[in-house]
Write a protein that binds this ligand. Structure first.
Ligand code: PEP
Ligand code: MN
Length: 344
């Protein structure tokens, strides 16, 4: 349930309410809007009757305006809990700002210092806000390259210093969360780990912004509950990411679900990022799908860029050359403007 506080409620009232909720086994999560403060109460009383009685009791409190049940299984990532869009500030880059579109770009995998340096230089010069690069790589085959681990994290941190650009990188294992947090500005949870609930809880405890990719066959409701795992631990800095889903089509690597973008904006307050690289698997399709995502209301995009895609260790076929990426960013600006936003 959510409890909308009266405009006259004081911090002492909030404390009292938290105590009342705790006594009945509820966790209290706070959402402070410009005009209203909302308390998300997460827990469960054994029967519907008890819950209804408790809600009624809460509504009689003088500092409570109203109590509203949340029917959906995801509560804290639900728009009801936080009616305004969540904006995540990553070293001054505001992700989810209704006036901005954020561009994240870089190689699928950090390969060598030279490759990362060239990538970072190119994407920064083209106008990207965040540098991506995999240090721990999920792979369908146990025999393919799995990333350079901490050595790659160090290279990413060096590029951040040199180019003044925050970094996003994937964490795959609970045992690596602490290490990756030492370097990353945003933790990426990959599609194969969307339902790794132990990992979700761990990054929820980490209190570092997280970009959670949708599982390749996940329903919206399953996906939003995965995000809820992170939020339920008190980490509300979560970005959603549509990276394409499995369908019967084989021409493209996956199928980009354009519906997801406005649908998630309708259901949730979290920023929505589009990943046209993994959604299409083809460099030639990345630019048009990126534009479609921005037109549909995406708060950001994440794009794979490699200085020499044909030599990439991973995902070369979907990686843009620096020049094509720079062109895309230029062409994206009028698309962003057509929906009242800017990339700059
Ligand atoms: C990636 O971002 O390189 C990646 C492995 O993505 P996904 O988890 O969407 O496959
Ligand atoms: Mn990739």
């Amino acid at each position: 349930m959510i409890i909308v506080m009266s405009s006259k409620a004081t911090p002492e009232n909030l404390e009292e309410l938290t105590g009342v909720l705790k006594e009945r086994g509820y966790d209290a999560h706070l959402s402070k809007g410009v005009e209203t403060t909302i308390v998300g109460a997460v827990g469960a009383l054994p029967s519907a009757e008890e819950k209804a009685a408790f809600m009624e009791q809460l509504e009689t409190l003088p500092y409570v305006d109203r109590v509203v049940p949340v029917a959906k299984p995801y509560k804290l990532v639900n728009k009801q809990f936080h009616p305004e869009p969540t904006v995540i500030d990553v070293r001054g880059v505001r992700i989810g700002d209704p006036a901005k579109v954020i561009v994240m770009a870089g190689p699928c995998t950090v390969e060598t210092p030279e490759q990362l340096h060239a990538s970072a230089q190119a994407v920064k010069a083209a106008g990207a806000h965040i540098l991506r690069g995999g240090a721990f790589k999920p792979s369908t085959s146990p025999y393919s390259f799995h990333g350079h681990g901490e050595a790659a994290l160090k290279m990413l941190a060096e590029s951040r210093e040199e180019f003044g650009i925050p970094i996003i990188t994937e964490v795959m294992d609970v045992r690596d969360v602490e290490l990756v947090c030492k370097y990353a500005d945003i933790l990426q949870i990959g599609t194969r780990n969307m339902a790794n609930f132990t990992l979700l809880k761990e990054v929820g405890d980490a209190k570092v912004p997280v970009m959670l990719k949708r599982g390749m066959a996940a329903l919206y409701e399953e996906y939003l509950q995965a995000a809820e795992y992170i939020a339920s631990r008190g980490n509300y800095e979560i970005m959603l990411c549509e990276r394409g889903v499995r369908t019967f089509e084989t021409y493209t690597r996956n199928t980009f679900d354009i519906n997801a973008i406005p649908a998630w904006k309708e259901l949730s307050h979290l920023p929505v990022i589009a990943d046209p690289s993994h959604a299409t698997g083809k460099a030639s399709l990345v630019a048009p799908v990126t534009k479609a995502a921005v037109a549909a209301g995406a708060d950001g995009v994440i794009i794979e860029v490699h200085p020499y895609p044909s030599r990439a260790l991973k995902d070369g076929a979907q990686s843009l050359e620096p020049e094509a990426f720079a062109r895309l960013v230029r062409e994206l600006e009028p698309v962003a403007q057509s929906v009242g936003r800017t990339i700059r």
